[in-house]
Design a protein. Structure first.
Length: 315
């Protein structure tokens, strides 16, 4: 084993929060302690030359070296929250979920990992991903790179009823919502931004046709869309008013643009106004049953009434 490879193994041990002892490494690699000391010097020089956020520290009491960070690192509390959110999303395959959680845990010391492991053990064991079974990590990363590079793509896409279609698109944003990742992309044929579920994209290639270009003013604003879209259903933009007998906070959280414009203490109700897109709004409002009454606009009231009639007819 040459010195460079030996130093890589030692550096990997240090990066994974191990305490590395000179005598132990000398015995493992069948070299002299002096040679291992030279390895530590080379690693320390590499850290300095590359301006890494580490310093190699010798702990006299334990007789070994450890890497210590020289800038604030992510806390164990933040790692736990991220793992909980990722598990709750159910968006990744079991293999990718395992890789993601293990990678997040590697960002914190072993003692902190040991604290988190029993907290997430049960949820990891019973993790149930959504049914599409498609690996997503590489696809989301690849699409994100195409977005940064403003690349026009031709994709093969499986629609809801398994129909396979080909679309030429300009991807503009990656959005996660309700268990699925979506790419929001401008489709020149329909002259509109459309949503494509990433797990249904079967093939991606940079198009050899005329690229799609959009001005800065035309570009998609994913932050603005987040304020208006529910369940990744765009539809038509509108300002809706509805009387609500449920938990007002839940309605305000569902519609970020929402505000309470009147309260009815005797009925324990509130009148809420929100600017949103009609299709997703209708889905949520109908899910609230008798706790909601849509009041305007009149065309939307008629649409909801018609939907309720069709629902009733099924019973």
């Amino acid at each position: 084993m040459n010195a460079a490879y030996r130093q890589l193994i030692i550096f990997q041990l240090l990066l994974t929060h191990h305490l590395v002892q000179k005598s132990e490494m000398a015995e493992r690699f069948h070299v002299s302690p002096r040679m291992i000391q030279r390895d530590f010097s080379q690693i320390r020089q590499f850290i300095t030359d590359q301006r890494l956020f580490y310093q190699l520290t010798y702990h006299r009491q334990s007789g070994g070296y450890q890497l210590e960070t020289t800038q604030a690192t992510v806390s164990k509390q933040a790692i736990l929250l991220l793992i909980k959110i990722v598990l709750a999303s159910r968006s990744l395959t079991t293999v990718e979920m395992t890789q993601t959680i293990d990678g997040l845990l590697q960002l914190i010391p072993a003692t902190d990992q040991a604290e988190i492991q029993p907290i997430i053990k049960n949820e990891r064991f019973y993790y149930q991903p959504v049914h599409h079974g498609q690996p997503l990590l590489n696809s989301v990363w690849e699409l994100s790179r195409f977005i940064s590079q403003r690349q026009t793509l031709t994709i093969t896409y499986q629609r809801q009823h398994r129909e396979i279609v080909t679309r030429t698109i300009l991807p503009e944003a990656i959005i996660f919502s309700e268990y699925y990742f979506y790419v929001v992309a401008y489709n020149a044929k329909y002259q509109n931004n459309l949503f494509y579920r990433v797990d249904r994209i079967r093939h991606i290639q940079v198009t050899n046709q005329q690229p799609i270009t959009r001005t800065r003013a035309e570009r998609f604003e994913d932050g603005e869309m987040r304020r208006l879209v529910n369940y990744m259903q765009p539809g038509n933009k509108m300002t809706v008013r509805f009387k609500f007998w449920g938990i007002v906070e839940a309605a305000l959280d569902r519609f970020p643009t929402a505000k309470v414009i009147a309260r009815y203490p005797d009925e324990d109700a509130a009148l809420i106004e929100a600017t949103t897109f009609d299709r997703g709004a209708k889905m949520w409002l109908l899910s609230q049953g008798a706790m909601v009454q849509v009041q305007s606009p009149s065309t939307f009231v008629a649409d909801v009434r018609n939907e309720l009639a069709q629902m009733q007819a099924r019973y």
